[in-house]
Design a protein around this ligand. Structure first.
Ligand code: CUA
Length: 314
């Protein structure tokens, strides 16, 4: 099962935040204005083509030079239209992108090819960003390697993630739901599988989610999981991945502390069912070619144990 979201859940035309709504509104107004201008121009051309067609035996039509009234109209009207759109664009820019006026609520880091999310509470997660509804969040956007671009069209403007140059933007969600997003700047071979999911929840549900995610992982509960953690340790998976409370502190790959609570693997390339997790551990390169997770050539039994271990990380 690959990334599946309800139709329209990644559409800039159905905004679910004041920031995105202002952009959608400007787009709609611009589209209507341009459509009317286009229709008037096409109609004028069509009229001229038929009305002033050469008659039988007519070699050259009567020449007309200058018409002050017409010239003033076709200068003034376009200036008024362009000025109006300019003013509305400025207004939309200030609505969709207000200045950053406080410490960020959320730090998002683009990596090849996944998203890291760090909350002010200390919580770190990946590819699935939960947010409380009705609350504008100031996001500080960074990049770990190359330029990425964070785009969740229903919730916020589009913003580049530039290495060494943090950018700030505002994001909010009016209603609970799942909002899809993607990296919108070509960033290498797996750019297309750099998706993300924003899950908007009521503030109470968000607080409960955050409290659960802040809890460290418990010790393995089953024999298989215990063996799996040993494999995880011996293969040095913790050099890249973190599992809070278990001594794994790598920060170059997604945090796995609550991996099993997420709905996808590999930034949307695969679902997160036990079968899909097993397939991923067998050979990540066959599922997401070029990704930075190597194939550790684990034996089948080892893969099963690691999968059992990771499945317990709820
Ligand atoms: Cu990251 Cu495209």
């Amino acid at each position: 099962m690959r990334w599946e979201l309800p139709v329209g859940s990644e559409s800039a035309f159905s905004p679910s935040s004041p920031f995105a709504a202002s952009i959608a509104r400007l787009f709609a107004i611009t589209l209507v204005v341009c459509a009317v201008v286009g229709a008037v121009v096409v109609a004028a051309i069509a009229y001229s083509l038929t009305r002033f067609r050469a008659g039988p035996g007519e070699v050259e039509p009567p020449q007309v030079n200058g018409n002050r009234k017409l010239e003033i109209i076709w200068t003034a009207v376009p200036i008024a239209i362009v000025t109006g759109l300019f003013v509305m664009s400025i207004e939309t820019m200030s609505r969709s992108d207000p200045p950053a006026d406080r410490a960020p609520d959320l730090v998002v880091v683009g990596h090849q090819w996944w998203w890291e999310a760090r909350y002010a509470s200390g919580l770190v997660t990946a590819n699935e960003i939960h947010v409380p509804t009705g609350k504008p969040l100031l996001v500080r956007l960074e990049a770990a390697d190359v330029i990425h671009d964070f785009w969740v069209p229903q919730l916020a403007r589009k913003m580049d993630a530039v290495p060494g140059h943090p950018n700030f933007f505002w994001m909010s969600a009016d209603a609970p739901g799942e909002y899809g997003g993607a990296c919108a700047e070509y960033c290498g071979t797996q750019h297309a599988w750099m998706r993300l999911l924003v899950v908007a929840q009521t503030p109470a549900a968000f607080d409960a989610w955050q409290a659960g995610q802040l809890a460290p992982a418990h010790a393995p509960a089953s024999a298989g999981a215990t063996r799996g953690e040993r494999v995880f340790r011996n293969e040095a998976c913790g050099n890249c991945h973190a599992i809070a409370g278990r001594g794994f502190e790598g920060r170059v790959a997604p945090d796995l502390t609550h991996l099993a609570s997420r709905s996808t693997l590999g930034a949307g390339v695969s679902g997160d069912t036990p079968g899909e997790l097993t397939a991923w551990l067998h050979d990540p390169q066959s599922i997401k070619p070029g990704c930075h997770m190597p194939d550790f050539k684990l034996a089948d039994a080892e893969v099963d144990d690691v999968a059992t271990y990771l499945e317990e990380l709820r």
